[in-house]
Design a protein around this ligand. Structure first.
Ligand code: GLN
Length: 303
């Protein structure tokens, strides 16, 4: 499979969409991102990785980190986490508070902020260092020891973190947080603030294309748990646009407001795409367009 040729075609197809949308502006550290950047990488299940555009430039992974947090917590703690977070699409924005009150502090799914806070809380309990566990995993899978936190982004998240703090304290009022809320928030913000390139992200997410098997051949997740994580990415990974994403792309995918998206073709490859211009729901405009073109050109999807 000549991945590089496909990516070149995809880039040519979507060029007019690069620069469309709005860069995330909820924290100053992300506001300065250049909307004209675009990168895309494919990591094959057998190892090779290739890309086009700015595929080796690091960007802020933001909510793409939620996939890794969930996988690590399931690997360490089995099914326990499902006592505390649901598995239904929210149909609401990623930072919404409304359902939490109706559902007694149990977030709809692990890929909205409230759900990710619960997952991070549990990961903190089982590992003692949630953000460190994630960084170690990402470095190992990408083979890049330079993958790191961006302290400017992390501190900016904390400074402007009132809404995430509200989610955390509300869930704590329903006894759905085990650790002190400020500690959970800190680990969550630092996880979101990991910077990595499309190359690194595609390699790091490839265990989900390998049905749970890591780059070194060891197993992180059972085949069944890998299927479940992929299923939740499909139904919940792009927030209140998950239906539209499934319709257009047809793959499990997880987006972040840094403009990154990780998508999985089970049994074949992991795709990472990055372009900072976002649509109204917080998903990269050029990123979704590129994944749409990729699956249309190759005919690959989970359907
Ligand atoms: N750090 C962001 C937040 O917590 C992540 C949101 C996102 O990428 N959708 O608000």
């Amino acid at each position: 499979m000549d991945y590089h040729a496909i990516l070149e075609h995809v880039l040519a197809d979507i060029e007019p969409e690069i620069g469309c949308g709005r860069v995330a502006d909820y924290i100053p550290a992300l506001r300065s991102a250049d909307p004209d950047r675009f990168g895309m990488a494919v990591a094959d299940v057998d190892g090779p990785v290739t890309g086009v555009g700015d595929w080796e430039a690091p960007f802020s992974m933001q909510s793409v980190s939620k996939v890794f947090a969930l996988a690590l917590v399931i690997a360490a703690d089995g099914e326990q986490v499902w006592q505390r977070v649901g598995r239904e699409p929210s149909g609401n924005p990623f930072n919404s508070l409304v359902q939490l009150e109706h559902e007694r502090g149990i977030p709809r799914n692990p890929f909205i902020n409230a759900g990710a806070l619960v997952v991070t809380d549990r990961l903190l309990s089982v590992t003692g260092d949630a953000r460190g566990a994630m960084l170690d995993f990402l470095r190992a899978e990408s083979g890049n020891p330079a993958v790191d936190f961006d302290p400017v982004v992390a501190n900016s998240e904390a400074e402007h973190g009132a809404r995430n703090a509200a989610l955390g304290y509300f869930m704590a009022s329903h006894d759905n947080v085990e650790n002190p809320v400020p500690q959970v928030l800190e680990h969550y913000f630092w996880q979101c603030a990991i910077a990595m390139s499309c190359r690194d992200l595609a390699l790091a997410g490839c265990f989900l294309a390998r049905h749970g098997v890591r780059a070194d051949g060891s197993r992180l997740l059972t085949r069944s748990d890998a299927k479940r994580v992929n299923a939740i990415m499909l139904t919940c990974g792009t927030y209140d646009a998950a239906g539209e994403f499934a319709y257009r792309v047809g793959l499990p995918g997880k987006s972040g407001v840094g403009g990154g998206i990780l998508a999985i073709v089970p049994g074949r490859c992991a795709l990472a795409v990055w372009s900072p211009g976002l649509d109204a729901r917080g998903n990269s405009v050029a990123g979704v367009a590129a994944l749409d073109r990729f699956t249309t050109r190759t005919g690959w999807s989970v359907f």
